[in-house]
Design a protein around this ligand. Structure first.
Ligand SMILES: Nc1ncnc2c1ncn2[C@@H]1O[C@H](COP(=O)(O)OP(=O)(O)OP(=O)(O)O)[C@@H](O)[C@H]1O
Length: 244
């Protein structure tokens, strides 16, 4: 999570090997991405990484089953009907194999997109605001599905969201500001996430740094608006003898 423009999508794209970082390193399932040729990177992305977006990006003329089978077909494999049926069942869409996207609700379309991302058995499933285009009830269903994939199947999921309720379904929330790490929460609650976000989105500047320190005293955690404000806030806290 982080304010608009803080680098969430950029981080996700670097982590998924869609973009190359100018500094730092990315490893997927123990494989460092830096040394890989474009071809090997493409193969790793295809075989080890799943990606779902806010828009479902399904091909409207294909059935749910054909959409789900597409990544394997592009890899030159012909998936069995059972394989496709099983992955659709995993996301709660048993019996919908022959439906086209236009015949499915938004939540069901996102589940097809999830099944398509899962068919290659990826090491990590990335989601860039996967519930952003859904109403709150449908969004909650998709979040429950993601949570179930983690709890039931041991699937690793990394997602970007603007919604504190969605973030609170995660085990760990990482906050970004201006392209930098700005704190994290373990076992988050929606209230704790919202409070942290409110602090991160406070206006910048010297006065804001003092305001940010006040928020940090409330939550017991340092809150930063920029890297400079971070050290300013930390210094202020330190000089005042720590959080009151
Ligand atoms: N670590 C970084 N170093 C340099 N540039 C960065 C970094 N992170 C992000 N940027 C740049 O900041 C801009 C905004 O980043 P990005 O779109 O990833 O933000 P976002 O948090 O996903 O925003 P939104 O919530 O509006 O979608 C982009 O132009 C990106 O290239």
């Amino acid at each position: 999570m982080g304010p608009s423009g803080s680098g969430k999508s950029t981080l996700l794209q670097c982590a998924a090997g869609l973009d190359r970082p100018t500094a730092g390193s990315v490893e997927i399932d123990g494989v460092p991405l830096a040394g890989l040729s474009e071809r090997r990177l493409t193969l790793l992305r295809r075989d080890r990484i799943g990606f779902v977006f806010q828009s479902f990006n399904l091909l409207p003329s294909l059935t749910a089953a054909q959409n789900v089978a597409l990544p394997l077909r592009l890899a030159g494999r012909r998936p069995s009907r059972t394989e496709v049926r099983e992955v659709l069942a995993r996301v709660g869409l048993a019996g919908r194999e022959r439906h086209r996207p236009g015949e499915l609700s938004g939540g069901q379309q996102q589940r097809v997109a999830l099944a398509r991302a899962l068919i290659t058995r990826p090491a990590v499933l990335f989601g860039d605001e996967p519930t952003g285009a859904l109403d709150s009830t449908t969004g909650r269903e998709v979040l429950s599905m993601l949570r179930e994939l983690v709890d039931r199947d041991g699937q690793t999921v990394v997602m970007v969201t603007h919604d504190p309720m969605a973030a609170a379904r995660a085990d760990r929330v990482v906050f970004l500001v201006d392209g930098r790490l700005a704190g994290e929460l373990h076992a988050p609650t929606p209230q704790a996430v919202a409070a942290r976000m409110a602090g991160l989105e406070a206006p910048k500047g010297p006065a804001a740094a003092v305001g940010a320190t006040a928020v940090s005293a409330m939550t017991g955690l340092p809150v930063m608006t920029t890297t400079t404000a971070m050290s300013a806030a930390t210094d202020t806290t330190a000089k005042a003898g720590g959080p009151c």
